[in-house]
Ligand binder design. Structure first.
Ligand code: BEZ
Ligand code: FE
Length: 264
């Protein structure tokens, strides 16, 4: 049956998109001969998810964010963008040099020193570029989303020096397991899929003469690079990690990444 014609609207794009969603769902229901019981189970699952804090944005990001990011990136120059994800919190503290992300005394995770540069596409250093950084710790915990973790833990903003260089100390993030106890985790389990993302650090970069960039950096030795539950890993965003032992016999890691921002 044709979709009912209604009053012409001022939002043809909305009409076109909603019509296509409707058509796609009708096609899926028809193709798989979805039963009324299955339809009711799906509606029940959506109702349950909507009653759980953050499960709907989490589920949408798990299944769709990487597609949106790929489209936004098309024909872009400079460092590739990557999904922002659902756990960004604005207003992270501005740090003083030498930069250390805010963390607790025994923060889970091996010490990591992350260095790099921010340059424009012609190779000139971008001094005073802002890096807004957020990450999970070595126990898979993001501050603001895990009870008991202090506000803005492992979240901070820093700026590049006159040579466009930066360095900060943090801990190596563990592979991140999307919460398993909610509707998203239940759906992934029912599909036989694991809930892991490779360990990563999120960055939002900005500079007055450059286009802003939201991206993530991954680590070469991570076991989940090829099976990220979000499907967001891009080869150009994977960095090497070197392992060392300091004079006191304590292990630590170093890595670096050189970001390139197109003109704004
Ligand atoms: C993340 O980067 O942390 C993330 C992205 C999408 C879904 C869940 C988590
Ligand atoms: Fe993340």
């Amino acid at each position: 049956m044709a979709v009912t014609e209604t009053t012409p609207t001022t939002k043809p794009r909305l009409n076109a998109i909603v019509d296509d969603i409707h058509e796609a769902l009708v096609d899926i229901i028809t193709k798989h001969r979805v039963t009324l019981d299955e339809y009711r189970a799906a509606v029940g699952w959506i109702v349950e998810a909507s009653q759980q804090h953050l499960e709907i944005p989490l589920m949408l990001d798990v299944f769709l964010a990487s597609t949106l990011d790929d489209l936004a990136q098309e024909a872009g120059e400079g460092t590739e963008s990557n999904v922002e994800g659902p756990v960004y919190v604005p207003g992270a503290p501005r740090l003083e040099r030498p930069y250390v992300l805010p963390m607790r005394e025994n923060e889970p995770g091996e010490k990591l020193v992350f260095s790099g540069t921010v340059r424009s596409t012609d190779g000139s250093p971008l001094a005073g570029a802002n890096l807004d950084i957020w990450q999970a710790n070595g126990a898979c915990e993001y501050s603001h989303f895990q009870p008991g973790v202090p506000e803005y833990n492992l979240r901070g903003q820093l700026t590049t020096d006159d040579n466009g260089a930066f360095e900060f100390e943090t801990v190596t993030p563990a592979p991140y397991e999307v919460p398993k106890d909610g509707a998203t985790g239940q759906l992934l389990a029912a599909l036989g899929r694991h809930c892991f993302r490779p360990g990563h650090i999120h960055f939002k970069l900005s500079h007055e003469n450059a286009a802003p960039l939201t991206t993530q950096i991954y680590f070469e030795d991570d076991p989940y690079l090829d099976s990220d539950v979000v499907g967001a890993v891009k080869e150009s965003l994977v960095t090497k990690v070197a392992r060392h032992v300091d004079d006191g016999g304590n292990p630590y890691a170093t890595c670096s990444y050189d970001f390139v921002l197109p003109a704004g």
